[in-house]
Design a protein around this ligand. Structure first.
Ligand code: TUI
Length: 312
């Protein structure tokens, strides 16, 4: 399937793997790229030198394009950007902020920047700053989120910008892929489905929580701090919401979640860990390889497009 995104990046299938903190390390990103999608290493809050090692390890596993996601709330973001340039990475996605100050350096280095946005205004600003495309991420997503649904955000962003749009949030199968294409997106980005990929290093306990999750099992903490985070409900999310309701300060809330994502992903602590995942977890039912995931989605979507064509 050809779109402006497959052409721009030289990938076989218009499927990105989200640059999830702790989850999107070199083995997952390389497996997605090797399967024909775009694997993305999530720099999150890792030191820049760790990101450099991750890029090098991914390159040992695949010759295909790999991206890096820079989490802009990380104070280290400028050092990560420097490493990305030094290592010759050609695609960067950004999240949780405005990447404007990095755009000149990336343009000069021949890096295509694809910011994740949660609003039309941000998408337009990114286009003006020289973004190659934008990921329009709906509130269905896991982790740090905006407030508009994918169904409403994607077509509004598609109408507002000329650059290609990648849809994210609530997409995990061929139906979601086809729907996103119908809304005008030229690729999709998925996170939650790749959490349970065979190549994902996420602890089995966390994977089981995603696989067992029902539609209403996620909740959003942090609304009071201005950094809302979607996760699967557990003791940690309940405790956080209780503290928030009691008017706890930022410091106390930050203390509570210190290291909690790492505990969930690496140690399988499903009680005091933060199980970041999207609302679509309710549809993610089994562990499969990245190749199986991508091929299944493309096949399902192909059938749906053919059926729509016949019935139209
Ligand atoms: O970045 C994400 N998702 C994330 S980052 C993350 S790490 C984290 N851990 C604990 C607490 C908070 C974060 C986990 N999940 N998605 C991309 C995304 N970006 N979603 C929404 C945005 C966004 C929000 C505001 C992008 C731009 C923006 O603009 C604000 C501004 O500066 O104008």
């Amino acid at each position: 399937m050809k779109t402006r995104i497959t052409e721009l990046l030289g990938i076989a299938y218009p499927i990105f793997q989200g640059g999830m903190a702790w989850v999107a390390e070199h083995s997952l990103a390389a497996a997605v790229s090797e399967a024909g999608g775009l694997g993305i290493i999530g720099a999150a809050s890792a030191p820049a030198e760790v990101v450099r090692e991750e890029i090098r390890k991914a390159r040992e596993l695949t010759k295909k394009p790999i991206g890096v996601n820079i989490m802009l709330m990380n104070p280290n973001a400028p050092e990560v950007a420097k490493v990305v340039l030094e290592e010759g990475v050609k695609v960067v996605t950004t999240g949780a902020g405005n990447p404007a100050k990095f755009m000149d350096a990336f343009r000069e280095g021949g890096v295509k920047v694809i910011p994740v946005v949660a609003s039309v205004a941000m998408a337009k600003m990114m286009e003006r700053c020289g973004a190659a495309a934008v990921v329009a991420e709906g509130t269905e997503s896991g982790g740090h989120i905006g407030s508009i649904t994918t169904m409403c955000l994607v077509p509004q962003v598609v109408d507002a910008v000329q650059i290609p749009v990648i849809a994210a949030g609530g997409i995990c199968d061929g139906r979601g892929f086809a729907a996103a294409r119908m809304l005008g997106a030229e690729a999709v980005q998925m996170g939650t489905r790749f959490i349970v990929a065979k190549e994902s290093i996420v602890h089995q306990n966390f994977k089981e929580k995603v696989i067992k999750a029902k539609d209403i099992d996620s909740e959003v903490t942090g609304a009071s701090t201005g950094h809302p985070v979607r996760q699967i409900r557990n003791q940690m999310s309940r405790e956080y919401l209780r503290l928030e309701k009691e008017g706890a300060g930022l410091e106390e809330l930050e203390q509570l979640t210190l290291g909690s994502l790492r505990r969930a992903v690496m140690d399988g602590d499903t009680v005091t860990g933060t199980l970041m995942a999207g609302q679509i977890a309710g549809l993610v039912k089994k562990e499969q390889s990245c190749k199986e995931i991508i091929e299944e989605i493309m096949q399902e979507a192909g059938i749906l497009f053919a059926k729509a064509g016949r019935e139209a």
